[in-house]
Ligand binder design. Structure first.
Ligand code: SF4
Ligand code: SF4
Length: 127
C-alpha cells in the first residue's frame, strides 16, 4: 500500500501529542462529560482528520482496505464521518478498528482543543 504522509494542520498538532506517547482517542475519560464511547464527534468532524502520518507500513497493513481512502492517504470517510465509526454520534459510538487506528486518532485527547471543537460542532457539551 503506498503511503501519503502529508500532514493536515490538525494532524500536525495531534502528532505532537502522538510523539509524546499520549494516546487515548475513544478511550473512556475519567470525566463522564468526555466519555468517548458516548461521543464519537472527532470521528465525524472532517474527512481531513483521520489521515495517515507517522505509521509505518506494517501498522497500515493492519487496517482493513475497506476503511482506507481511495488515494490511501487516510481513512475513508462518508462525508465528514470516518467509515470505521459505528453507532450514533453523541449517543453511543465505537471505532471499528480501535486496536489498529491511525496515530492521529490515538493523539486526539478527550477534553483537548480538537475534541472540544468537534464536540461543539455536534452540539455536545464542552464544559
Ligand atoms: S470528541 Fe473528544 S470525547 Fe468525543 S470521541 Fe473524540 S476525544 Fe472522545
Ligand atoms: S479510525 Fe477510529 S478513531 Fe480514527 S477517526 Fe475512524 S472511527 Fe475514529
Amino acid at each position: 500500500m503506498p503511503r501519503n504522509a502529508d500532514l493536515n494542520p490538525v494532524a500536525s498538532g495531534l502528532l505532537a501529542l502522538a510523539s509524546a506517547g499520549n494516546f487515548s482517542s475513544l478511550e473512556e475519560s475519567a470525566a463522564p462529560l468526555f466519555d468517548c464511547q458516548s461521543c464519537g464527534a472527532c470521528c465525524s468532524y472532517s474527512a481531513e482528520w483521520p489521515r495517515f502520518s507517522t505509521e509505518d507500513d506494517a501498522q497500515l497493513d493492519l487496517i482493513p482496505q475497506k476503511y482506507v481512502a481511495a488515494d490511501e492517504s487516510g481513512m475513508r470517510c462518508d462525508g465528514v464521518r470516518c467509515s470505521a465509526l459505528a453507532g450514533e454520534v453523541g449517543k453511543s459510538t465505537i471505532c471499528g478498528i480501535y486496536e489498529v487506528r491511525p496515530d492521529v486518532c490515538r493523539a486526539c485527547m478527550p477534553g483537548g482543543d480538537d475534541c472540544l471543537m468537534a464536540r461543539h460542532a455536534h452540539g455536545l457539551p464542552t464544559l
